[in-house]
Design a protein. Structure first.
Length: 130
């Protein structure tokens, strides 16, 4: 089975990160995540990420540099995750009923994230310690 390709936005403002809570009934429900989603056939990573940010949060994203990439094997699927720095216009609104929060860098490690996000969280927390 080929991996599911997923893109996610690392949005930072005032040393806090924009996160969403995975809704009930979804894979990894109850975990916090960086907003984003699956890349559809024929989409570039940037196109997919802009679409997902608009669908999930009603914001217009500008996709920047690739921050981190990881392939993670869950029991039910393999995901290939690409995390990009992003900025956006607008005010994030929870379009699919998910919780949305700005989380300060030091609090990232206290939250529950999908296993695939752990290395990125460590990188972000380390970056704040320098």
């Amino acid at each position: 089975m080929s991996p599911v390709v997923v893109v996610a936005a690392v949005v930072e403002r005032d040393d806090a990160f924009l996160l969403t809570l995975r809704p009930d009934g979804t894979h990894l429900a109850g975990d916090w995540e960086f907003p984003g989603g699956k890349v559809h056939d024929g989409e570039t990573h940037a196109e997919a990420l802009r679409r997902e940010l608009f669908e999930e949060l009603a914001i217009v994203g500008e996709v920047g540099a690739l921050v981190h990439t990881v392939t993670h094997v869950y029991p039910e699927k393999t995901v290939e995750l690409f995390f990009y720095r992003c900025v956006f216009e607008g005010v994030p609104k929870p379009m699919i009923g998910q919780e949305v929060r700005w989380v300060p860098r030091p609090e990232l490690q206290a939250l529950s994230f999908p296993a695939a996000d752990r290395a990125l969280i460590a990188l972000l927390v380390e970056a704040g310690l320098q």
